[in-house]
Design a protein around this ligand. Sequence first.
Ligand SMILES: Cc1ncc(C[n+]2csc(CCOP(=O)(O)OP(=O)(O)O)c2C)c(N)n1
Length: 659
Amino acid sequence: MLTYNRLNYSDETLRELYQAIIRPRIIEEKMLNLLRQGKISKWFSGIGQEAIAVGATMALDEDEYIMTLHRNLGVFTTRKMPFLKLFNQWQGNEAGYSKGRERSFHFGNNEHHIVGMISHLGPQLTIANGISLAHKLRKENKISLAFTGEGGTSEGDFHEALNVASVWDLPVIFLIENNGYGLSTPTNEQYRCKSLADRAIGYGMEGITIDGNNIIEVYDTIRGVRDYCIKNQRPYLVECMTFRMRGHEEASGTKYVPKELFQEWGKKDPVVNYENYIIANGILSGEETKNIRTQIKSEIEEGLQIAFGEPVLIPNTQNELQDVYAPAPPVTNSLITINASQHELRLVDALAEGMKQAMEKHDNLILMGQDIAEYGGVFKVTDGLVKQFGRERVRNTPLCESAILGAALGLSVKGFKSMVEMQFADFVTCGFNQIINNLAKIYYRWGQNADVVIRMPTGAGVGAGPFHSQSNEAWFVHTPGLKVVYPSTPFDAKGLLLASFEDPNPIMFFEHKALYRAISGNVPQEYYTIEIGKANLVNAGDDVSIITYGAGVHWALEQSGNFSADILDLRTLLPFDKVAIATSIKKTGKVLILHEDTLTGGIGGEISAWITENFFENLDAPVIRCGSHDTPVPFAIPLENNFLPKQRFVNTLKELLEY
Ligand SMILES: Cc1ncc(C[n+]2csc(CCOP(=O)(O)OP(=O)(O)O)c2C)c(N)n1
């Protein structure tokens, strides 16, 4: 039995809480029936935990974002998502929230201010930071709230998210639904602190543990915590104790849970207890609660009838491909006259000039990265920007790639642009999940774009060893939803960087460290952009096409006096310029693909396959690839020279020409 303290809440409020908590329970009871009949797909039940989702949602303003999890039906219903559309979503119908592209609760919707989870537990916590940062920058008195299970608190993103929220003074509520089990894992195999709320102390924030089955307690606590977060501009950790009354998902059973626990927690059922309380205290009569139930049931039946009659989804491949990227605006100022005032800049300075002009043009652009403010970044690309644009827009970050990339996505949700600087491209591995699974896929999944440029100082040739030298662009080329840009000259670097900031999609922007200060060239002083996806023929010849990018462009150019070669600088690797490649190979009939990346699985394989599939008849020789050896990048200079294809490719080229 639960005991309720209504505090000063009006009958009206208590009635609203009842209407909100009863709805997800009735929906789920119906869903369980349908599941048993094999009419719907698997389901993660929130039965027994509804007071948390419902109470927390009721405590927020409607335009405050909630990052939800798989058991949070109560958030979706309390935010008044129509049952019909929700059911269409669960059924994978075109009329659902994700056009059939996502399952269950793995979607978001800006109209209802919900950012749903991806399957991976943890990343949603860091998105809340970005949303709250947006509130803070705009001086809006709003919070964001992110859910996690107690299992999810063991993920690195939980720690990174809480730390960043605290260091940046962000008004975020982190809410743990502690329901006893993470799949089959009980809490004593998940963590060893007395209460998870105690973890707040370690991050320098406040935390509290409450009864998650008591809807008035949840509602009142979250209201109070919300006020605290706004007033103090601080985050807060709330742990709600509850119990998962059904299996992790319906098919998986509950054999591992002692029966007594079900009995004990069954007595504390959040819906039954609250209904009894409401009736016993005359807030609603038994008749009235019955009517409310009947009305919800008929709404469900009506929705089911329509949704089951929905046509089977007929795939349209063109639509599917089109929805991978948010539409990019047309390129502006791309035609610069030859007389435009130019100055000679090193590649690093061209990037710095591009960064500055991007900041001037987009007042909603936020820069984030390790040591990028006063220190100027380890390669000094952001040097001086904090002085001109201030610390709100040029932000040093703690060491936590994942949390910052997640925050960048949160900023996008609120209409900001952002740049995240990886200190070295190698460290992107610590933020890999956010890029690959969150930023890259979100537009296709439910139409929210990730307006983020991730700058990647990359490449070898500087004796920096296996973890400061990697070429990892191919990892991202394999991920639909990303664009991969890789300039080789100062002119391209500035123009492509500015184009990247205009593009609303997530862009992996590779900058070769060894070229930063080694390559100079004329760069227009004014703002200009170069179209993403367009290659550049940097040398024209007849006998062979050298298709390359980054440092490879310069290796090839050094040899250009010895061969009659088209040297095609791809400039963008995803999408790569098929027209330019086709034009060149039709002319020369021989192709060498040269890249610094290791050979196996490098983008050369993809381009080679595409050429062979489409232009076999135009070829006078097999398509040849030349890349680094398939080893990690070695440290000692002789080893590194041996690793790189810079010297090797010349012989390969000769052999190809003699073929
Ligand atoms: C990163 C990651 N690892 C593993 C899983 C598989 N998985 C899905 S739910 C779950 C248990 C989650 O437990 P908890 O966070 O306590 O949430 P609950 O399901 O209890 O609500 C696991 C292991 C996952 N989704 N993401």
